[in-house]
Design a protein around this ligand. Sequence first.
Ligand SMILES: NC(=O)c1ccc[n+]([C@@H]2O[C@H](COP(=O)([O-])OP(=O)(O)OC[C@H]3O[C@@H](n4cnc5c(N)ncnc54)[C@H](O)[C@@H]3O)[C@@H](O)[C@H]2O)c1
Length: 317
Amino acid sequence: MHYIEKEEVISLLDMPGCVPLMRDVLMDYCAGRVIQPLRSVMPIDPRRLLGMMPSANLATGIAGVKVLSVFLDNFQKGLPSHQGTVILFDAENGRLKALLDADAITGIRTAAVSAAATDALARPDAHTLCILGSGLQAHRHLEAIRLVRDLREVRVWDVFPDSVQRYKTEMEAKFGIPVVDCSQNVRAAVEGADIVCTVTSAKEPILFGAHVSPGTHINAVGACGAAVRELDTEAVRKGRLFCDSRESCMNEAGDLLIPLKKGELKEDHLLGEIGLVLSGQLPGRTSAEDITIFESQGLAAEDLAAASYVYSKYGQP
Ligand SMILES: NC(=O)c1ccc[n+]([C@@H]2O[C@H](COP(=O)([O-])OP(=O)(O)OC[C@H]3O[C@@H](n4cnc5c(N)ncnc54)[C@H](O)[C@@H]3O)[C@@H](O)[C@H]2O)c1
């Protein structure tokens, strides 16, 4: 049995390899090739929880569990908000194969999933990326989205201006794409952007429909819980809405569940799972003017596929 630490996971889970891997997992999930109960979440309080996410993929023979803590206020303490392990089993004989750092896997696979969704839903000529948030996912999302679209400008907003400045310096040096500091003005960040990623631990809306321009694609990633949301009702209403898992979305996605509860939207506003769009069974974007939304809750099958990919490369010369 191996323990694969954070730095090793980061070096082995390359983003260009992870994006197509996630595309395949999302299609496997929709095709019924994945066994996966709704994750079990135990809140310690609203900002601290423990989660357990089992999954088995019948197509790839990959099985295991992600076990993690999500402590949302760790960001202000300079600590990772997600910590834990992915436990990988041999699906043939049940042997425990490896434990892998969950923070690194979560960080990379989530952005790779968004990139796969963006590739399916964003306009081909999308060049301007807006990122709301400047934490781990904000870093990973720029790294991933630039693989599927020719990005010429990145705009970033956060409630912490110092964090935006650090993000700008680091990302411009790493990728050579101009990053505009929009920490004073979320509207300036969002208006006219071709792709918007919401990657914050906000509880109340930070993305407003009034600011979203026709033709935009939105990856709604940060709000994982029925009582929290990043998108206001108008933002959700304006978009063609897709999700990773209908079951997860109808139980955990406050972006949709809060407007449903208030009677502001109907359940059929959710058009379906992105895996169906990726496999050509469901229309995604129908015109250059459409606003599209990918609601991401995160699936254990994604973690296990990424863990297996890392394991297959581990120890190789
Ligand atoms: N959908 C998925 O699969 C998935 C996977 C991983 C993380 N997440 C979620 O994405 C979010 C970001 O994750 P991360 O790893 O980048 O976390 P992080 O702790 O590194 O960053 C959190 C970000 O949220 C911002 N923030 C905190 N409070 C805020 C508020 N009240 N309003 C606006 N912004 C606020 C912080 O400034 C920071 O930019 C978390 O909510 C996390 O649970 C989702």
